[in-house]
Write a protein that binds this ligand. Structure first.
Ligand SMILES: [Zn+2]
Length: 155
């Protein structure tokens, strides 16, 4: 399965945190989005050993009572969310070309080298990725997340 080290952490995000999903996938973490009810989110977290990411205080409280790991966020701030998860779970916020997942379907990507550039192909949905113009924004957000992580651990 190729699961290794800290990248074996798995997540389920609720409807309000839908946009964190692709970031965790890019970083190589198995992450799914669940837009349905609280009961299903709890069921998935329990059955699949996933950490719950939510903005719903009630859901976080029930998860805690059931002994499930859950993060409650006040605001949908990508670098802040990534930094907090990384700090509390000891995760890496570095992009690893060999361990990244499809932002669309969560399938692990295959790294290929084509005419001198890295390209990722998704065996799940067939999409192809490379470091295009959007890459600058992606790495800027990840840099900001790492900056907040290092600030929070030194203070
Ligand atoms: Zn895919």
């Amino acid at each position: 399965m190729g699961v290794e080290g800290s990248r074996s952490c798995r997540f389920v995000a609720d409807a309000m945190l839908k946009n964190i999903v692709s970031w965790l996938r890019i970083l190589g973490y198995d992450t799914i989005y669940w837009g349905g009810g609280d009961r299903e989110v709890l069921g998935i977290a329990e059955a699949e050993g996933r950490v719950i990411l939510t903005m719903d205080r009630g859901l976080a409280a029930i998860a805690a009572r059931r002994g499930l790991r859950a993060f409650l966020f006040q605001e949908n701030d990508i670098p802040g969310i990534l930094a907090r998860i990384a700090r509390e779970l000891g995760l890496s916020l570095s992009f690893d070309p060999r361990h990244t997942r499809c932002p669309v379907c969560n399938h692990p990507l295959n790294l290929e080298h084509r005419s001198g550039r890295e390209e990722w192909v998704c065996p799940g949905c067939g999409k192809k990725y490379w470091r295009g113009s959007h890459w600058r924004n992606i790495s800027r957000t990840l840099e900001e997340a790492r900056r907040r992580l290092s600030n929070s651990s030194t203070t």
